[in-house]
Design a protein around this ligand. Sequence first.
Ligand SMILES: *Cc1c(COP(=O)(O)O)cnc(C)c1O
Length: 463
Amino acid sequence: MRAMADTVVARCVEHITTLPQQPLYGVCDAESLCRSMREPSPAVGTPLESLLDDLFSTYIPQSFNTPSPGYLAYIPGGGLFPAALADFIADTTNRYTGIWQAAPALVQLEANALEWLREWMHFPAGTRGVFTTGGSMATFNAVLCAREQYLGADIRPGVIYTSDQVHHCVIKSAKLAGIMPDRVRCIPADAQFHLPMGALRDAIAKDRRDGLVPFMVVSNAGTTNTGAVDPLDEIADLCVSELLWHHVDGAYGAFFQLCDDTRDVLRGLDRADSLTLDPHKGMFMPYGTGALLVRDGARLRAAHEATAGYLPEMPSPDDFYDPSQHGPDLSRGFPGLRMWLTIKLYGADAFRAAIDEKRALAVDAARRIALLPHVVLDAPPELSLFPFHLTWPGATLAQEDAATREVMANTSKRGRVMISGASAGGRYVGRVCVLSFRTHARQIDDLVEDLGHAIRDVVGSMA
Ligand SMILES: *Cc1c(COP(=O)(O)O)cnc(C)c1O
């Protein structure tokens, strides 16, 4: 065991310490590689070393280098090393944390970690939550709670409202929870990518006139496209007066609740009926760590409570937490341990400082990028993500889109930072998202420099 573990740890540490030198994304012919990898099930074993060779030299490099300090694409996260060690402990001890009785003290650690999230988000006592595989499954559980509260068994007339900037997982989650896509209203966002209140009110009124049953608004605390935060406080007011469930998608942005600088932008987040968080983004956990908080914890339990002849009775469900009574899983991994160990090891202040730093880096990056020639900032960084595009006198929209696309690719090709774009507001925008714990001022310098060179190359040849 020790020899196997030492071999693996040595490889992992070597990998992490050389991250900045590794390519930011795979460059080989991925289709041929994948075809060449198909094989029948092996009848006999292979030595560990040779399996690790393939993994670390061939397969791992053919991927987005998401834990790299220069990864500013999509929504970064990073993957804190102690969280992986917590998983190692969880997997080797292999205790059963699906039900409280099987490992009460371990489940209490998970309950503590959920309580800490509650505290950071300023949710009230009585909130309950559940760790999920990601934001998508957290949102599914939120739709389920809203549906049960407002629709009961008659779910077909129920309608959900959100903006057209919403993450596509909301439409998938709604469908999983029995709310079909024709009952999800994706209202066109305003010029700054926010859910417009007037259009939201009109859509609700129209559906009521048509005999449908509005029951839920999903607002964004940081969209994936541009980082926009909807007017959460106003939407919370509307949901109170219209008797609707207010879910906030904080998969990208919720952890900015830890940061003083973004308090105003996120005002109202703490009034939500439920909140999606993605610790594998804003808390730098390894992938597979999502979370949901539900303000009225009894709603979450009601959606999942179940008994069976082979299950022991829970002694006092109001006092103790049982994961299987708050989510769809029974047997499961132990996500609570990676959260608990990491938070205990570093302390909340370290996470707050890291989030503050990412926010400051994004503000600095936006300021400097806006000064580059031909750049138009489409929106300021409300949290740590901002969109921009290129323009020059006489450029058509198609030319601007092509140039912006080319500049994004050209910048990433330089190998120091990776950035990605998105379609938003009728055009292609470049975007920068700062959220890896490994990203510091040095990467922002690299970004501004490489983007500047790329713009000169691309616009010089197009304009
Ligand atoms: C990432 C993301 C999601 C989906 O979460 P997963 O963890 O990928 O399932 C939902 N909403 C937003 C805003 C996101 O950034």
